[in-house]
Design a protein around this ligand. Structure first.
Ligand SMILES: Nc1ncnc2c1ncn2[C@@H]1O[C@H](COP(=O)(O)OP(=O)(O)OP(=O)(O)O)[C@@H](O)[C@H]1O
Ligand SMILES: [Mg+2]
Length: 296
């Protein structure tokens, strides 16, 4: 895809002395509503990187607004572009920025279930989390951002259909934007997409293949449903991974796997493609159970 798309905005200039972008009023500040690229100083996604990822330190991030507010996070559309002194930027890339909100009570309960067995290194943080201070809530949000970023990187490397994770800084994760990057319109969630019946067998195959690869490596999504599947043209993309479940290591791992299968099997069956939930779960559970064996 091309990244030459453009939305009108004031043209920044470089300050001759500092090399930084200049506006009339604040020499070293990027134009209003924009920030310097946060690439430097953030954790980066796996290499080799897709060629659309912009790593230039002089790039600018422009927030184009909220795509979706969720229970735990807001997803914004961010355009990163490289000013080159001309009217149009030489390169730009549209990304989805998922910003995790400091956890509320509900999130905290959910943490307790999912983070069972995971250790938090610093006890100051553990105490702050337990007391749910502002700092503790921020730590929790950062953990969830880190968990999703780590999961996406690992899944991307396995070749799964997930957004490429570009970078992580504190509670914000930037990732590949799934949808129409020219118009900045996100791909619909499968739950709202109304795909034609003739497309369902292929979509189910895509999903099954992804779930099999996951299970072979001992993982389940943990919150899978038609709301966390984006339909990008005729391709399914699996999103929303902070709670990824280690099927063997998590005491409730098989329960989560079963619920995942139930949610998607129910959706496909209700929309006209009868699928055998029990058989699918059995196959995936067997794959996951075998995932710890040497040579698997
Ligand atoms: N990479 C992406 N590209 C395009 N749209 C995205 C992307 N990631 C998320 N979205 C949009 O943002 C929504 C929320 O994202 P996500 O499911 O990861 O967060 P959430 O906090 O779990 O939200 P919810 O509470 O709605 O499940 C998605 O349903 C989708 O519409
Ligand atoms: Mg979601």
């Amino acid at each position: 895809m091309t990244h030459q798309e453009w939305i009108p905005r004031p043209t920044p200039r470089r300050n001759g002395a500092t090399g930084l972008l200049a506006t009339d009023s604040h020499v070293d500040d990027p134009p209003e509503g924009e920030r310097w690229s946060t690439w430097d100083g953030s954790t980066h996604g796996p290499v080799p990187r897709p060629d659309w990822v912009i790593t230039d330190l002089g790039a600018v991030d422009q927030d184009l607004g909220i795509l979706k507010t969720g229970k735990e996070a807001d997803v914004h559309v961010v355009r990163r572009w490289v000013p080159d002194g001309t009217t149009l930027p030489s390169r730009s890339a549209v990304m989805a920025a998922k910003r995790f909100r400091p956890g509320d009570r509900r999130l905290f309960h959910r943490d307790a279930g999912y983070l069972e067995g995971r250790r938090v290194r610093r006890s100051r943080e553990t105490r702050a989390m337990a007391r749910r201070t502002d700092f503790g809530r921020e730590v929790i949000a950062g953990q969830w951002a880190g968990a999703e970023f780590g999961a996406l990187g690992m899944l991307w490397e396995l070749g799964l259909p997930v957004p490429y994770p570009v970078q992580l800084s504190q509670t914000e994760m930037l990732m590949e934007f799934v949808g129409d990057r020219q118009l900045c319109v996100g791909a619909p969630r499968l739950a709202q997409a109304r795909p034609g019946r003739d497309l369902l067998p292929d979509l189910w195959e895509q999903l099954l293949e992804a779930l099999q690869t996951l299970a072979e490596h001992g993982w389940a999504h943990g919150d899978l449903s038609a709301f966390n599947l984006l339909l990008d043209g005729d391709r399914l993309v699996l999103i929303d991974w902070p709670q990824i479940v280690d099927v063997i290591g998590n005491p409730r791992g098989f329960e989560y796997l079963q619920r995942d299968v139930h949610n998607v099997a129910t959706w496909f069956t209700a929309h006209g493609l009868a699928v055998d939930e029990a058989e699918v779960f059995g196959d995936l559970a067997a794959l996951a159970a075998g995932s710890g064996w040497p040579g698997s």
